[in-house]
Design a protein around this ligand. Structure first.
Ligand code: PLP
Length: 387
């Protein structure tokens, strides 16, 4: 597993189990140990084994980074303390006077970071509908350094054409960054479609067990990697070794989990579409989805996230979110357990009164890996309270 070339020939189901993890040189331990240390003994002044201080490098983090790079088919990965820390560090490649074209349906925390924090440092942002390639092209300026998008988006599950938008960005001399959190590398690998950066909140599908917060950047360009590696150490938003271990452990079952998330979600989307209380189901796997064809081309499967709107609007949405038993009412997504939430007052409260504000009656579910009949029965009883 040492050579990148070998890794690229392996299938994802194999990479998730093997990539990055090697038997511990000291003991032969099959799992990379949790190197719970801040510093490393040096044999002589500035003579060490590649590790000096754990903000700079830690062996458990090294294993996680190698695994993440292999999963996304990239040369390099950097791990961070959260998805937001990864995005913030990446944006530090830019400076005052630079411009970013950003999707208008991105994660609320990303909008908040761009709009409320980074704008103060002189970086300008235009928020546009990235499903519209022409709109993105028209938003490009001479000082545009980065096009930033999510696909599928959160919570509207819109799909953007990564290949077409990579061309638009590159023609203008800008980078394309894709937040791949909702798809995971099992369903979509943006670097292979032309993106320059892939970012993850590993808190979600990659970790997969709702027990750790983390983030990552994956890329191929060596010079840009060196800059980001410098920033990772200089800014210091790194994950601890225990968090790296938990994320690595989660990755082992990523391919298996994604298969079940997608199978369950497809059946639940069809159940919801046929239910009399439901006005609209938003799921890329349904033919009614506006970018269904693009999703089929770009993704291996349509994912585990579904949004829907009830005939009863916000009042009915609140009842259903409260009445489900297996679907836990909670923020976040991508874990083995099913979750339900109302984006407007919960995950997307930070974008209220902004162009990104969402329908207050929208319900978002993260479909877990439980038995699908149990999940459907739970939704049926909750929806029964509003018809
Ligand atoms: C959760 C999330 C983030 C932020 O990640 P954290 O790990 O919570 O900091 C960024 N992008 C998307 C799409 C997310 O779902």
């Amino acid at each position: 597993m040492k050579e990148q070339k070998e890794q690229n020939e392996l299938h994802l189901e194999t990479l998730v189990v093997h990539a990055g993890v090697e038997p511990d040189p000291q003991t032969g331990a099959v799992m990379t140990p949790i190197y719970q240390t801040s510093t490393y003994a040096q044999a002589d002044v500035a003579v060490h084994k590649g590790y000096e201080y754990s903000r700079t490098d830690n062996p458990t983090r090294t294993a996680l980074q190698a695994s993440l790079a292999a999963l996304e088919g990239g040369k390099y990965a950097l791990a961070f303390a959260s998805g937001m820390a990864a995005i913030d560090t990446l944006l530090r490649l830019l400076g005052a006077g630079d411009h970013v074209v950003c999707g208008n349906d991105v994660y609320g925390g990303t909008f908040r970071l761009f709009d409320k924090v980074l704008q103060k440092y002189g970086v300008a942002f235009s928020f546009v509908d990235t499903t519209d390639v022409t709109a993105v092209r028209e938003a490009m300026r001479p000082n545009t350094k980065l096009v930033w998008l999510e696909t599928p988006t959160n919570p509207m599950l819109r799909i953007s054409d990564i290949t077409a938008l990579a061309d638009v960005a590159h023609e203008a001399g800008a980078w394309l960054g894709v937040d791949n959190t909702f798809a995971s590398p099992v369903l979509q690998r943006p670097l292979s479609l032309g993106a320059d950066f892939v970012v993850h909140s590993t808190t979600k599908y990659i970790g997969g067990h709702s027990d750790v917060v983390g983030g990552a950047i994956v890329l191929n360009d060596t010079a840009v990697y060196e800059q980001l590696k410098f920033l990772q150490n200089a800014v210091g938003a790194v994950p601890g070794p225990m968090d790296c271990f938990l994320t690595l452990r989660g990755i082992k079952t990523l391919a298996l989990r994604m298969r079940q998330h997608c199978q369950n979600a497809m059946q639940i989307a069809q159940f919801l579409a046929d239910h009399p209380a439901v006005a609209e189901v938003i799921y890329p796997g349904l033919e009614s989805h506006p970018q269904h064809e693009l999703a089929r081309r770009q993704m291996k499967a349509p994912g585990g996230m579904i949004s829907f709107i009830l005939h009863g609007g916000e009042a009915a949405a609140r009842v259903v979110a409260r009445e489900t038993k297996l679907f836990t009412l909670a923020e976040s997504l991508g874990g083995v357990e099913s979750l339900i939430e109302l984006p407007a007052p919960m995950t997307h409260a930070s974008v209220a009164d902004s162009p990104l504000a969402v329908d207050p009656g929208l319900v978002r579910i993260s479909v877990g890996i439980e038995n699908v009949q149990d999940l459907i029965a739970d939704l049926r009883q909750a929806l029964g309270k509003v018809v």
